[in-house]
Design a protein around this ligand. Structure first.
Ligand SMILES: NC(=O)C1=CN([C@@H]2O[C@H](COP(=O)(O)OP(=O)(O)OC[C@H]3O[C@@H](n4cnc5c(N)ncnc54)[C@H](OP(=O)(O)O)[C@@H]3O)[C@@H](O)[C@H]2O)C=CC1
Ligand SMILES: O=C(O)C(=O)[C@@H](O)[C@H](O)C(=O)CO
Length: 284
Protein backbone atom coordinates (compact mmCIF):
# COMPACT_ATOMS: atom_id res chain seq x y z
CA UNK A 1 0.00 0.00 0.00
CA UNK A 2 1.25 3.51 -0.81
CA UNK A 3 2.55 5.72 2.00
CA UNK A 4 0.04 8.14 3.49
CA UNK A 5 1.87 11.44 2.92
CA UNK A 6 0.07 14.78 2.93
CA UNK A 7 1.08 16.76 -0.17
CA UNK A 8 1.87 20.47 -0.16
CA UNK A 9 0.13 22.68 -2.70
CA UNK A 10 1.72 25.92 -3.95
CA UNK A 11 -0.27 29.05 -3.27
CA UNK A 12 -0.32 31.83 -5.87
CA UNK A 13 2.38 33.67 -3.84
CA UNK A 14 4.68 30.64 -3.98
CA UNK A 15 4.18 29.54 -0.36
CA UNK A 16 3.38 25.85 0.28
CA UNK A 17 0.27 24.74 2.20
CA UNK A 18 -0.40 21.15 3.36
CA UNK A 19 -3.54 19.92 1.59
CA UNK A 20 -4.94 18.35 4.79
CA UNK A 21 -5.23 20.24 8.04
CA UNK A 22 -7.10 20.16 11.34
CA UNK A 23 -10.05 22.52 12.01
CA UNK A 24 -10.86 23.76 15.51
CA UNK A 25 -14.31 25.39 15.14
CA UNK A 26 -16.54 24.38 18.10
CA UNK A 27 -13.67 22.94 20.11
CA UNK A 28 -13.91 24.38 23.60
CA UNK A 29 -10.76 26.22 24.69
CA UNK A 30 -10.29 23.67 27.49
CA UNK A 31 -10.23 20.81 24.94
CA UNK A 32 -8.27 22.55 22.19
CA UNK A 33 -4.65 21.98 23.25
CA UNK A 34 -5.32 18.26 23.69
CA UNK A 35 -7.09 17.90 20.32
CA UNK A 36 -4.43 19.89 18.45
CA UNK A 37 -1.69 17.98 20.29
CA UNK A 38 -3.26 14.68 19.19
CA UNK A 39 -3.47 15.92 15.59
CA UNK A 40 0.16 17.05 15.57
CA UNK A 41 1.30 13.72 17.05
CA UNK A 42 -0.56 11.87 14.29
CA UNK A 43 1.17 13.95 11.63
CA UNK A 44 -1.11 16.92 10.83
CA UNK A 45 0.99 20.01 10.10
CA UNK A 46 -1.77 22.51 9.33
CA UNK A 47 -4.21 24.03 11.83
CA UNK A 48 -7.22 26.20 10.94
CA UNK A 49 -8.42 28.49 13.72
CA UNK A 50 -10.12 31.92 13.89
CA UNK A 51 -10.56 34.81 16.27
CA UNK A 52 -14.25 33.84 16.34
CA UNK A 53 -13.46 30.36 17.73
CA UNK A 54 -11.96 31.75 20.94
CA UNK A 55 -9.21 29.12 21.03
CA UNK A 56 -6.18 30.74 19.37
CA UNK A 57 -4.24 30.81 22.67
CA UNK A 58 -4.69 27.06 23.10
CA UNK A 59 -3.66 26.39 19.49
CA UNK A 60 -0.42 28.30 20.12
CA UNK A 61 0.07 26.39 23.35
CA UNK A 62 -0.30 23.02 21.55
CA UNK A 63 2.15 24.07 18.83
CA UNK A 64 4.78 24.94 21.44
CA UNK A 65 4.10 21.77 23.49
CA UNK A 66 4.48 19.57 20.38
CA UNK A 67 8.24 20.04 20.29
CA UNK A 68 7.96 20.68 16.53
CA UNK A 69 9.53 23.74 14.93
CA UNK A 70 7.06 26.57 14.43
CA UNK A 71 8.25 26.67 10.82
CA UNK A 72 7.04 23.11 10.24
CA UNK A 73 3.43 23.89 11.13
CA UNK A 74 1.10 25.93 8.92
CA UNK A 75 -1.31 28.00 11.02
CA UNK A 76 -4.27 29.99 9.71
CA UNK A 77 -6.43 32.47 11.60
CA UNK A 78 -9.24 34.77 10.51
CA UNK A 79 -10.33 38.31 11.21
CA UNK A 80 -13.48 38.39 13.32
CA UNK A 81 -16.61 40.05 11.99
CA UNK A 82 -16.57 43.06 14.31
CA UNK A 83 -13.21 44.29 13.04
CA UNK A 84 -13.52 45.19 9.36
CA UNK A 85 -12.57 48.85 9.79
CA UNK A 86 -8.82 49.25 9.04
CA UNK A 87 -7.72 50.35 12.52
CA UNK A 88 -9.83 47.65 14.16
CA UNK A 89 -8.38 45.04 11.78
CA UNK A 90 -4.82 46.12 12.68
CA UNK A 91 -5.56 45.79 16.41
CA UNK A 92 -7.37 42.47 15.99
CA UNK A 93 -4.50 40.99 13.96
CA UNK A 94 -2.00 42.03 16.62
CA UNK A 95 -4.25 40.44 19.25
CA UNK A 96 -4.20 37.15 17.28
CA UNK A 97 -0.39 37.14 17.31
CA UNK A 98 -0.45 37.86 21.05
CA UNK A 99 -2.98 35.08 21.73
CA UNK A 100 -1.03 32.55 19.68
CA UNK A 101 2.30 33.91 20.99
CA UNK A 102 3.60 33.81 17.40
CA UNK A 103 5.61 36.43 15.58
CA UNK A 104 3.94 35.54 12.27
CA UNK A 105 0.97 33.67 10.85
CA UNK A 106 1.14 31.47 7.77
CA UNK A 107 -2.26 32.59 6.50
CA UNK A 108 -4.73 35.24 7.63
CA UNK A 109 -8.23 35.53 6.16
CA UNK A 110 -11.15 37.95 6.18
CA UNK A 111 -13.64 35.54 7.76
CA UNK A 112 -16.85 36.84 6.12
CA UNK A 113 -17.40 39.56 3.49
CA UNK A 114 -20.38 41.09 5.39
CA UNK A 115 -21.67 42.84 2.26
CA UNK A 116 -24.66 44.27 4.16
CA UNK A 117 -22.50 45.88 6.88
CA UNK A 118 -19.70 48.47 6.87
CA UNK A 119 -21.35 50.06 3.79
CA UNK A 120 -20.41 46.87 1.95
CA UNK A 121 -16.73 47.78 2.24
CA UNK A 122 -14.46 44.76 2.56
CA UNK A 123 -11.91 46.28 0.15
CA UNK A 124 -10.35 48.64 2.72
CA UNK A 125 -10.20 45.64 5.10
CA UNK A 126 -8.39 43.63 2.43
CA UNK A 127 -5.86 46.44 1.91
CA UNK A 128 -4.92 46.15 5.59
CA UNK A 129 -4.23 42.43 5.10
CA UNK A 130 -1.98 43.42 2.16
CA UNK A 131 -0.14 45.64 4.66
CA UNK A 132 0.40 42.71 7.09
CA UNK A 133 1.82 40.63 4.25
CA UNK A 134 4.16 43.42 3.14
CA UNK A 135 5.53 43.84 6.66
CA UNK A 136 6.14 40.07 6.96
CA UNK A 137 3.80 39.33 9.86
CA UNK A 138 1.76 37.02 7.67
CA UNK A 139 3.12 34.92 4.83
CA UNK A 140 -0.09 34.57 2.81
CA UNK A 141 -3.43 36.36 2.85
CA UNK A 142 -6.83 35.21 1.72
CA UNK A 143 -10.57 35.44 2.16
CA UNK A 144 -13.36 33.23 3.39
CA UNK A 145 -16.98 33.00 2.29
CA UNK A 146 -16.39 35.37 -0.64
CA UNK A 147 -18.87 34.99 -3.47
CA UNK A 148 -17.97 35.70 -7.09
CA UNK A 149 -19.15 39.34 -6.92
CA UNK A 150 -16.98 39.95 -3.85
CA UNK A 151 -13.93 38.45 -5.55
CA UNK A 152 -14.58 40.53 -8.66
CA UNK A 153 -14.55 43.71 -6.58
CA UNK A 154 -11.24 42.77 -5.01
CA UNK A 155 -9.83 42.02 -8.47
CA UNK A 156 -10.88 45.49 -9.66
CA UNK A 157 -9.85 47.52 -6.60
CA UNK A 158 -6.98 45.73 -4.82
CA UNK A 159 -3.38 44.79 -5.61
CA UNK A 160 -3.02 41.26 -4.25
CA UNK A 161 -5.11 38.31 -5.47
CA UNK A 162 -6.26 36.27 -2.43
CA UNK A 163 -4.16 33.12 -2.04
CA UNK A 164 -7.21 31.14 -0.88
CA UNK A 165 -10.97 31.40 -0.60
CA UNK A 166 -12.29 29.28 2.27
CA UNK A 167 -15.90 28.33 1.50
CA UNK A 168 -18.50 25.78 2.48
CA UNK A 169 -18.17 22.71 0.25
CA UNK A 170 -19.09 19.03 0.59
CA UNK A 171 -21.02 16.50 -1.50
CA UNK A 172 -24.40 18.08 -0.62
CA UNK A 173 -23.14 21.57 -1.55
CA UNK A 174 -20.49 21.50 -4.27
CA UNK A 175 -20.34 25.34 -4.45
CA UNK A 176 -19.18 24.98 -8.04
CA UNK A 177 -19.75 28.55 -9.20
CA UNK A 178 -17.35 29.94 -6.59
CA UNK A 179 -14.90 27.05 -6.97
CA UNK A 180 -14.84 27.63 -10.70
CA UNK A 181 -14.09 31.36 -10.26
CA UNK A 182 -11.34 30.49 -7.75
CA UNK A 183 -9.82 27.94 -10.14
CA UNK A 184 -9.76 30.30 -13.09
CA UNK A 185 -8.19 33.12 -11.03
CA UNK A 186 -5.44 31.08 -9.36
CA UNK A 187 -7.15 31.20 -5.96
CA UNK A 188 -7.00 27.93 -4.02
CA UNK A 189 -10.33 26.73 -2.62
CA UNK A 190 -10.43 25.54 0.98
CA UNK A 191 -13.54 23.47 1.74
CA UNK A 192 -15.06 24.11 5.16
CA UNK A 193 -17.37 21.61 6.87
CA UNK A 194 -15.91 19.05 4.42
CA UNK A 195 -18.06 16.22 5.80
CA UNK A 196 -21.02 18.59 6.36
CA UNK A 197 -20.49 18.21 10.12
CA UNK A 198 -21.14 14.48 9.73
CA UNK A 199 -24.43 14.83 7.83
CA UNK A 200 -23.21 13.21 4.59
CA UNK A 201 -21.71 10.17 6.28
CA UNK A 202 -24.82 7.99 6.28
CA UNK A 203 -25.83 8.89 2.75
CA UNK A 204 -26.40 5.54 0.92
CA UNK A 205 -24.04 6.51 -1.93
CA UNK A 206 -21.28 7.43 0.50
CA UNK A 207 -21.82 4.23 2.50
CA UNK A 208 -21.84 2.12 -0.69
CA UNK A 209 -18.60 3.70 -1.99
CA UNK A 210 -16.94 3.27 1.41
CA UNK A 211 -17.77 -0.44 1.31
CA UNK A 212 -16.47 -0.71 -2.27
CA UNK A 213 -13.08 0.80 -1.48
CA UNK A 214 -12.77 -0.60 2.05
CA UNK A 215 -12.55 2.80 3.72
CA UNK A 216 -14.81 4.75 6.07
CA UNK A 217 -17.47 7.19 4.81
CA UNK A 218 -15.45 10.15 6.17
CA UNK A 219 -12.29 8.99 4.39
CA UNK A 220 -14.17 8.62 1.11
CA UNK A 221 -15.66 12.12 1.34
CA UNK A 222 -12.34 13.71 2.34
CA UNK A 223 -10.63 11.85 -0.51
CA UNK A 224 -13.22 13.27 -2.95
CA UNK A 225 -12.24 16.79 -1.82
CA UNK A 226 -8.51 16.27 -2.23
CA UNK A 227 -8.97 14.70 -5.68
CA UNK A 228 -10.92 17.85 -6.62
CA UNK A 229 -7.77 19.76 -5.65
CA UNK A 230 -9.22 21.53 -2.60
CA UNK A 231 -7.73 21.97 0.87
CA UNK A 232 -9.59 20.30 3.78
CA UNK A 233 -9.36 20.51 7.58
CA UNK A 234 -11.94 18.24 9.21
CA UNK A 235 -12.64 18.88 12.89
CA UNK A 236 -12.84 16.18 15.53
CA UNK A 237 -12.21 15.88 19.24
CA UNK A 238 -12.24 12.07 19.00
CA UNK A 239 -8.68 10.72 18.74
CA UNK A 240 -9.73 7.70 16.64
CA UNK A 241 -11.50 9.97 14.13
CA UNK A 242 -8.59 12.44 14.06
CA UNK A 243 -6.43 9.50 12.98
CA UNK A 244 -9.03 8.14 10.55
CA UNK A 245 -9.37 11.52 8.82
CA UNK A 246 -5.60 11.65 8.32
CA UNK A 247 -5.59 8.40 6.30
CA UNK A 248 -6.71 9.65 2.91
CA UNK A 249 -3.54 9.75 0.81
CA UNK A 250 -2.96 6.03 0.35
CA UNK A 251 -5.97 5.21 -1.83
CA UNK A 252 -7.81 6.76 -4.77
CA UNK A 253 -11.36 7.04 -6.01
CA UNK A 254 -11.99 6.24 -9.66
CA UNK A 255 -13.88 8.58 -12.01
CA UNK A 256 -17.19 6.81 -11.42
CA UNK A 257 -16.89 7.16 -7.65
CA UNK A 258 -15.95 10.84 -8.01
CA UNK A 259 -18.95 11.45 -10.26
CA UNK A 260 -21.36 9.66 -7.92
CA UNK A 261 -20.26 11.87 -5.02
CA UNK A 262 -20.42 15.03 -7.12
CA UNK A 263 -23.96 14.07 -8.20
CA UNK A 264 -25.16 14.32 -4.56
CA UNK A 265 -25.07 18.14 -4.90
CA UNK A 266 -28.39 19.71 -3.83
CA UNK A 267 -27.38 23.24 -4.83
CA UNK A 268 -28.37 25.99 -2.38
CA UNK A 269 -30.62 23.47 -0.56
CA UNK A 270 -27.52 21.58 0.47
CA UNK A 271 -25.93 24.55 2.22
CA UNK A 272 -25.55 23.82 5.96
CA UNK A 273 -24.05 27.15 7.07
CA UNK A 274 -25.05 30.79 6.54
CA UNK A 275 -25.43 32.46 3.13
CA UNK A 276 -22.45 34.84 2.69
CA UNK A 277 -24.61 37.35 0.78
CA UNK A 278 -26.78 37.98 3.84
CA UNK A 279 -24.75 36.79 6.85
CA UNK A 280 -24.32 39.77 9.18
CA UNK A 281 -23.42 38.25 12.54
CA UNK A 282 -21.11 40.42 14.61
CA UNK A 283 -20.12 39.07 18.03
CA UNK A 284 -21.09 41.42 20.85
N1 LIG B 1 -14.56 29.91 7.26
C1 LIG B 1 -15.70 29.54 7.79
O1 LIG B 1 -16.68 30.30 7.78
C2 LIG B 1 -15.84 28.21 8.40
C3 LIG B 1 -14.71 27.44 8.61
N2 LIG B 1 -14.79 26.20 9.17
C4 LIG B 1 -13.54 25.43 9.33
O2 LIG B 1 -13.70 24.13 8.79
C5 LIG B 1 -13.43 23.16 9.82
C6 LIG B 1 -14.23 21.90 9.61
O3 LIG B 1 -15.61 22.19 9.56
P1 LIG B 1 -16.64 21.81 10.71
O4 LIG B 1 -17.78 22.74 10.61
O5 LIG B 1 -15.94 21.73 11.98
O6 LIG B 1 -17.23 20.42 10.28
P2 LIG B 1 -16.69 19.02 9.73
O7 LIG B 1 -17.32 18.79 8.39
O8 LIG B 1 -15.22 18.91 9.85
O9 LIG B 1 -17.38 17.99 10.75
C7 LIG B 1 -17.08 17.98 12.12
C8 LIG B 1 -18.09 17.04 12.80
O10 LIG B 1 -17.97 15.71 12.26
C9 LIG B 1 -17.61 14.80 13.29
N3 LIG B 1 -16.57 13.92 12.71
C10 LIG B 1 -15.30 14.26 12.40
N4 LIG B 1 -14.65 13.22 11.84
C11 LIG B 1 -15.52 12.20 11.81
C12 LIG B 1 -15.44 10.86 11.36
N5 LIG B 1 -14.30 10.37 10.85
N6 LIG B 1 -16.54 10.07 11.47
C13 LIG B 1 -17.70 10.57 11.99
N7 LIG B 1 -17.84 11.83 12.42
C14 LIG B 1 -16.76 12.64 12.35
C15 LIG B 1 -17.09 15.62 14.46
O11 LIG B 1 -17.40 14.99 15.67
P3 LIG B 1 -16.38 14.82 16.94
O12 LIG B 1 -15.64 16.10 17.10
O13 LIG B 1 -17.33 14.55 18.06
O14 LIG B 1 -15.50 13.66 16.63
C16 LIG B 1 -17.88 16.91 14.28
O15 LIG B 1 -19.17 16.75 14.86
C17 LIG B 1 -13.75 23.93 11.11
O16 LIG B 1 -13.26 23.29 12.26
C18 LIG B 1 -13.15 25.26 10.80
O17 LIG B 1 -11.75 25.20 10.95
C19 LIG B 1 -16.02 25.67 9.50
C20 LIG B 1 -17.17 26.40 9.35
C21 LIG B 1 -17.17 27.73 8.78
O1 LIG C 1 -16.95 28.30 11.89
C1 LIG C 1 -16.81 29.36 11.29
O2 LIG C 1 -15.72 29.71 10.81
C2 LIG C 1 -17.98 30.23 11.12
O3 LIG C 1 -17.89 31.29 10.58
C3 LIG C 1 -19.27 29.71 11.66
O4 LIG C 1 -19.19 29.67 13.02
C4 LIG C 1 -20.43 30.59 11.28
O5 LIG C 1 -20.23 31.82 11.82
C5 LIG C 1 -21.68 29.95 11.69
O6 LIG C 1 -21.87 28.78 11.49
C6 LIG C 1 -22.70 30.76 12.34
O7 LIG C 1 -23.83 29.99 12.58
Amino acid sequence: MADNKVPDISLNDGNPIPQLGFGVFQIEPKDTARAVGTALAIGYRHIDTAQMYGNEAEVGQAVRASGLDRGDIFVTSKLNNGFHRPDDARKAFEQSLRELKFDYLDLFLIHWPLPTLYDGDYVSTWKVLEEFQRDGRVKSIGVSNFQVAHLERLAAEADVVPAVNQIEAHPYFGNEEVRSYDRSHNILTEAWSPIAQGKVLDDPTVVDLAEQVGRTPAQVVLRWHVQRGDIVFPKSTTPKRIEENFGIFDFTLDDTAMERLTALDKGENGRQGPDPDTFDYVPS
